[in-house]
Design a protein around this ligand. Structure first.
Ligand code: ZN
Length: 392
């Protein structure tokens, strides 16, 4: 059943510095989505100009050298760890050495996306407007299968040609029909910064299928942490730049907040089913990540949250506002993340405004299901035959 809990105030003291860091992160995400962070052209997006002005002012007040131009601000974001800027931030808000842009590609880091969506007013950079529209349309037509198909499409096919965009809504018995128009908003022409200019080729990641980005040293870079953790990049399908009306890429907020966690959710769901749970992904038009019914009858509302910053994640801790009932609400973080950052749980706890959801690792969730299955599962092989990335 849904629980009502008293909400304690979050201990995040709003300060000029927090607002400034959010502003710079927002500017970097916006630049990456529009002109690209390398080939800057005027007029700059409003957020970028504002972030530059605010940073210059903050530096002057502290008698520090300011970034003289937007390219310089981009350089700071790619080369200067956040703890080396002029910000005064709570001690546990940032891990030392964290950057807003990847230094070899000038693309936003996951932390940069997390700071950008921390601002109330930055819903344009979040997945919510698009996923909300998709849910409402499918709800109106009482067509949950369309919502599920849409969600799967974003996870499995972050790259589409223009021809795909036009033909997909009528393919598969028109399953995506009610959302055909929306596809043109959420898949945009792939930015030129991803293009291999010599060969006129875009290359997808062989693991997660989003586009790989060329690096300054002639290599390739995948924006997903689970791909970066592997020894080498695995190039996948190649798309010729001009074929089939041109290559389109799912927009950043949906890659970051729907496609990337979706891969982890689907993988975790398969593992939980193997251990004896019943799993429904994105129930009630995506009210929450997955509903897991344990073999002992307990029902969990689960969200996969592979966040870099436990402070920013903690600030958002809240149970789902709607969706089917459940007994416990849990947010799952990869066990690897918790090993990497031993203070992750403590920092999350410090910043959370509400005691629900509980924070557990993916490994702990699998163990909970196994325990609930008890001896019924003896003799069943629950070891995964899937690659280990993302799980444990
Ligand atoms: Zn990848």
């Amino acid at each position: 059943m849904h629980q009502t809990q008293a909400v304690r105030p979050t201990p995040w003291a709003e300060s000029e510095d927090i607002r400034l860091l959010r502003g710079v992160a927002t500017a970097m995400v916006r630049l990456a989505e529009t002109t690209g962070t390398e080939s800057l052209s005027r007029p700059y997006p409003e957020e970028a100009q504002q972030a530059l002005n605010d940073t210059v002012l903050a530096c002057l007040l502290l008698k520090a050298d300011p970034p003289e131009s937007l390219p310089k601000l981009v350089e700071w974001a790619a080369l200067r760890p956040i703890d080396g800027w002029t910000f005064t931030l709570p001690a546990d808000a940032i891990r030392p050495g964290s950057l807003l842009l990847d230094d070899a590609t000038r693309q936003p880091t996951q932390l940069c996306y997390e700071w950008a969506v921390d601002a109330e007013e930055s819903t344009a950079l979040s997945e919510r407007p698009f996923m909300g529209t998709a849910a409402t349309r499918c709800q109106e037509e009482e067509y949950p299968e369309a919502y599920q198909a849409f969600r799967s499409l974003l996870i499995r096919r972050p790259v589409l040609t223009y021809r795909d965009l036009v033909t997909l809504p009528s393919a598969d018995d028109g399953l995506l029909g009610p959302l055909g128009e929306l596809l043109h908003d959420i898949y945009q022409p792939a930015p030129a910064s991803y293009l291999d200019r010599k060969r006129r080729i875009y290359t997808a990641c062989g693991r997660c299928r989003t586009l790989l980005h060329p690096t300054t040293t002639g290599g390739m870079w995948c924006e997903r942490r689970t791909c970066q953790d592997r020894d080498s990049v695995r190039p996948g399908r190649e798309f010729r730049a001009d074929d089939d009306g041109g290559v389109h890429l799912l927009i950043g907020p949906l890659r970051q907040w729907v496609a990337a966690p979706g891969i982890l959710e689907e993988r975790l769901a398969r593992r939980l089913v193997k251990c004896g749970a019943d799993v429904e992904l994105w129930p009630d038009y995506g009210a929450y990540g997955m509903r897991v019914r344990l073999p002992d009858g307990t029902t969990l509302a689960v969200e996969h949250k592979d966040w870099a910053s436990p402070a920013l994640l903690g600030r958002r801790a809240a149970p789902p506002l709607s969706g089917p009932p459940y007994d416990r609400c849990v947010w799952v973080v990869p066990a690897a993340r918790l090993r990497e950052q031993p203070t992750y749980r403590t920092v999350f706890e410090r910043y959370r405004p509400s005691p629900s959801p509980e924070l557990i690792s993916d490994r702990e969730l699998v163990d909970t299901v196994r325990k609930a299955a008890g001896p019924r599962l003896s003799g069943v092989d629950t070891t995964s035959d899937e690659p280990a990335e993302g799980l444990f």
